[in-house]
Design a binder for this molecule. Structure first.
Ligand code: HPA
Length: 248
């Protein structure tokens, strides 16, 4: 089964026919909300709003371990994360959709692993390619079928938030090789890998990153909402196709 973790701008899937909601308790505490099970075009799918259904949980307070554990406990194999980002690369203008292929992690102080030595000994995971390539390709194919333009690859920088970055921090991220910046990509991707879930992300550019383009003088947060709303209808088209491809 495919799971969709919705971020800012995607707290529900209107095309989904909801069949049940399930509150899952995990050894790591409470997920962001009940899992919403349903069907899109006769395929089963489960949805979880990362920031809670009322958008009340900031990026650094999301219980990533509980969210991933809850999905893992429900026969989920594939997880697609939808997340908003700031565009660092010049062509990543607001409204652009990207399927990233790499991550740089700048987060700190988050519960970031299931492998605490006291519980499971010393365990490492391979994270060379942080996203599941099979699922990435399926996202790209779904976008093609939906007729929605997406950029096939890019380096996602995960920052701590909740504040946005300084212009100098964005310059540093770019020197590091980052092309977009968001606050929720980690530890989510690594936790998914730890439990063997196939994980990919669809990133929606909400704004030019701090100090760039229309954000040269500051990020205009009041404009972000409208950009995300318009872009999320495209993302929903892609997700509909993706669900139809799941299991093929
Ligand atoms: N920075 C970090 N996270 C974000 C941004 C940004 O500019 N836009 C949307 N999420």
């Amino acid at each position: 089964m495919l799971a969709i973790i919705g971020g800012s701008g995607l707290t529900q899937l209107s095309t989904m026919e909801v069949t049940r909601r399930l509150v899952v308790r995990t050894p790591y505490g409470e997920p962001s909300g009940a899992l919403t099970f349903g069907r899109i075009h006769d395929r089963e799918v489960v949805f979880l709003a990362r920031h809670g259904y009322g958008h009340t949980i900031p990026p650094h307070d999301v219980n990533y371990r509980a969210n991933i554990w809850a999905l893992h406990s429900q026969q989920v194999r594939n997880v697609v994360s939808v997340a908003s980002v700031g565009g660092i690369r010049a062509d990543l203008a607001p409204g652009t959709i990207v399927v990233p292929d790499q991550i740089i992690d700048y987060t700190h102080g988050r519960a970031f692993t299931f492998y605490n030595a006291s519980e499971r000994g010393v365990t490492h995971i391979d994270f060379t390619h942080p996203y599941c390539e099979q699922l990435r390709q399926r996202c790209l194919r779904a976008a093609q079928l939906a007729g929605e333009a997406v950029i096939a690859g890019g380096v996602y920088a995960a920052t701590q938030g909740p504040r946005l970055e300084t212009a100098a921090e964005i310059n540093r991220l770019e020197r590091d090789g980052a092309e977009m910046v968001g606050m929720t990509g980690m530890p989510e991707a690594a936790l998914a890998r730890e439990v063997g879930l196939c994980y990919a992300a669809i990133a929606v550019v909400a704004n030019h990153a701090a100090g760039r383009g229309t954000s040269a003088g500051g990020v205009h947060l009041e404009e972000v909402h409208a950009v995300l709303q318009a872009a999320m209808s495209k993302v929903k088209n892609i997700l509909e196709r993706l669900v139809a491809l799941d299991g093929d």
